[in-house]
Design a protein. Structure first.
Length: 163
């Protein structure tokens, strides 16, 4: 099955069909992710996502979800990797006290379903430019939950004065 093998829906995320094959892709195709992004997260509380430039075959990212009061609610540590000619995203969640959600050796793995200019669609997770004509201005991140619902994050580029 090719890159277009995903379940159609009005949601931001795509889901690969059983046995889908990830399309060829490289980190060069997601260089628009590099930077710091800020916006409203879960329940409207502040959230931030950051991506570093690639080093070898890996890009490192972090996500920080704050509480309404501005404290850290939880974080995610993410690796976007070139693997077997395609991209895969792996992540681990951490509570504010740095205790992990996943078991020590476990992580969530999202396989690439489709790659487009300014968009990477992983199985149940989307990262894309808010405006493909202005890639450095905004980022949309979405994750499909186990109940079929979706968490949607709309980020703007963090300005120097916000850092």
């Amino acid at each position: 099955m090719g890159a277009s093998s995903f379940a159609a829906s009005a949601q931001e995320t795509r889901v690969g069909e059983t046995g889908f094959v990830s399309p060829p892709a490289t980190l060069d195709q997601v260089d628009w992710l590099v930077g710091q992004w800020t916006g409203d997260g879960i329940g409207g509380a502040p959230a931030m996502e950051s991506w570093l430039p690639p080093r070898g075959t890996t890009m490192v990212g972090t996500f920080v979800q704050q509480t309404d009061e501005g404290a850290i609610r939880f974080t995610e540590h993410m690796y976007l990797l070139e693997e077997e000619g395609t991209l895969v995203l792996r992540l681990k969640h951490f509570n504010a006290d740095l205790t992990g959600w996943e078991e020590k050796a476990d992580m969530l793995t999202f396989r690439l379903v489709a790659i487009e200019p300014c968009a990477a669609y992983f199985h149940a997770l989307t990262l894309r430019c808010a405006d493909p004509d202005a890639p450095g201005e905004g980022l949309v991140a979405a994750v499909r939950m186990s109940n079929g619902g979706e968490l949607l994050f709309q980020f703007a580029a963090m300005r120097q004065s916000e850092k």
